[in-house]
Design a protein around this ligand. Structure first.
Ligand SMILES: [Zn+2]
Length: 213
């Protein structure tokens, strides 16, 4: 999946299970951000394609890296409120959009480090099946995920749709637009959006002859 798609999957999952009601908006932001963290292993390719190609979808796409990075994300959020600080920075000169750090720090205390760690971990683990089912196509080879690297190099991939397929983006963005229009029904809209996404994946896999009933 692409970066926007991973972000939206994380956000929709957080809304669907009610993170915004239980833990507040920073928990949803954590889910959206953490959804993309496994892709850090693609960054070195910007500098040396040949040398780092072997590491992409390996170094960051495994349970060990996900656990360590989730602990780091959760602890730093609890300690430094970086979600609120970045939000304030992005809000720029819009005073009304600024977040009261004192208030959110109290909220962080209530939520606790391990809750943030759990949300970050769940969002990152969700990244792995997303990459497994959206893979290959358009001249690209299927890219197996090795979730237990470095202990096991067994790879898993189940390409239901090719990488770059616009379908998931359309479905996930439509869900966001509906959420903005009917904010009181966030959980229901996000649940329907995720069901629609899964249905689309299954239908496309079936149409390509990958499923038989
Ligand atoms: Zn990935």
């Amino acid at each position: 999946m692409t970066t926007p798609e991973h972000t939206l999957v994380g956000i929709h999952f957080a809304f669907a299970i009610g993170c915004h009601r239980i833990f507040g908006w920073s928990a949803v932001a954590m889910a959206g951000f953490a959804s993309n963290i496994p892709d850090w292993d693609g960054l070195p390719m910007l500098f040396d394609m040949q040398r780092f190609e072997a590491g992409h979808r390996v170094w960051g796409h495994n349970v060990l890296a996900i656990t360590l990075s989730s602990l780091l994300l959760g602890w730093t959020q609890y300690r430094y409120n970086w979600i609120e600080r970045v939000s304030n920075w992005m809000a720029g000169k819009l005073p009304a959009a600024k977040v009261a750090l004192s208030t959110t720090h109290e909220a962080n205390k209530r939520i606790g480090t391990m809750t943030f760690v759990g949300i970050a971990m769940f969002a990152q683990l969700l990244h792995l099946p997303c990459d497994m089912v959206v893979s290959g196509g358009n001249g690209l080879s299927d890219w197996a995920i090795q979730p237990f690297w470095p202990f096991s190099k067994t790879g898993y991939v189940y390409p239901m749709i090719p990488w770059g397929d616009v379908g998931p983006t359309v479905i996930l963005m439509f869900g966001v637009i509906c959420s903005a229009k009917w904010p009181k029904n966030l959980s229901q809209i996000s649940s329907i959006t995720l069901i629609a996404l899964c249905t689309y994946l299954l239908a496309r896999a079936w149409s390509r002859g990958m499923l038989s009933f």
